[in-house]
Write a protein that binds this ligand. Structure first.
Ligand code: BDR
Ligand code: CA
Length: 319
């Protein structure tokens, strides 16, 4: 089978990093580019982190394009669980490669435009605030013709928010961008907190990942250990939710996920509920569904998948 062409839009970030490392060793995926955005950290840092993760993963062949330095309208907010550099206490290798001169938005326009012209489509993996994608869609709505679908981490439906009472970080960080994306007509698979809170990376998993992952084991285990929220009251166990990597898991093993169709709305006016994502589960709005929302995840299956994938670094030599 031909590999799925993907672009990874992200804001690394600890869980973005785990997602990238898993994608790097998955031949089912052809990563055409990485487009960091302002999110967990300011843009300058998410770009640097993306370059460092490419270095660590031995994938300096993948181009990195810098995205938007702030959200469409609101002031930037940054992640609270990723440490001061965005990568916990780890020190990743200095990047030898540099960021491309083309901007992320221009790259998205070019890549999706070229795909559409050839009658092909690229899957867009969104692991951060949706600013880059929304700006590209605002510049050229025909972009949708080159997008197979967006598989995104963001939002909270039956779950409460993680950054505010109602809202998940990626959507809250740029609710206007999320509104543009959900209104675009692009098919969307939404992995929200409802899904990601089902897959907790517990201390015993961290020990397993350390055991199997060869040359990246120390860095990976340090990233994962930093991710532990230690909030049993909220999550029912120690550990941290495996948010962004689920996007990659969904592409590799969709059978591990169950979805329900619904129309998703984004609140971008009320300060109390800013960034809330609302799913019309029962057709109250009269709007056709615009997304497949993941409602159930086989958590053991996902952990096993990532153990197998990240275990590939035990064999893989640095590039
Ligand atoms: C999302 O917020 C970020 O901090 C994580 O990287 C993830 O993309 C979870 O709400
Ligand atoms: Ca992220």
């Amino acid at each position: 089978m031909n590999p799925i062409p993907i672009i990874v839009d992200c804001d690394p970030g600890i869980d973005d990093t785990i997602a990238l490392l898993a994608a790097f060793v998955s031949p089912e995926l052809n990563i055409l580019g990485i487009t960091p955005v302002c999110g967990n950290q300011p843009l300058e840092r998410t770009v640097r982190n993306a370059l460092q993760v490419c270095e660590l993963g031995g994938r300096t062949d993948i181009p990195v394009y810098a995205g938007c330095f702030r959200p469409m309208l609101r002031e930037p907010i940054h992640g609270q669980f990723h440490g001061s550099t965005g990568l916990g206490h780890t020190t990743l290798p200095e990047p030898k490669k540099t960021v491309e001169t083309m901007s992320a938005v221009d790259f998205l326009l070019e890549a999706f435009g070229a795909a559409a012209e050839k009658g092909e489509r690229i899957t867009l993996c969104c692991l951060g605030p949706l600013t880059n994608v929304a700006v590209a869609l605002r510049m050229k709505p025909q972009l949708v013709d080159g997008i197979e679908r967006i598989v995104m981490m963001g939002g909270a439906y039956r779950e409460p928010g993680n950054r505010t009472m109602t809202s998940e970080f990626n959507v809250l960080a740029d609710p206007h961008a999320a509104h543009v994306v959900f209104s675009s007509g692009v098919p969307i698979v939404a992995l929200a907190l409802d899904a990601t809170h089902q897959v907790m990376l517990r201390p015993e998993h961290v020990a397993e990942f350390f055991r199997v992952s060869g040359r990246i084991s120390e860095t990976l285990a340090a990233l994962m250990a930093f991710w532990d929220r230690n909030d049993v009251r909220r999550y029912g166990s120690r550990g941290g939710p495996l948010h962004d990597p689920l996007v990659i898991a969904y592409l590799l093993a969709p059978d591990l996920f169950q979805t329900e169709k619904a129309h998703i709305f984004v609140e971008y006016e009320s300060e109390l509920c800013m960034g809330q994502t609302i799913a019309d589960w029962y057709g109250k709005s009269g709007q056709a569904p615009n997304a497949d929302i993941v409602t159930k995840v086989d958590a053991d299956g996902v952990i096993a998948l990532f153990l197998e994938r990240l275990g590939r670094y035990a064999e893989k030599a640095a590039a």
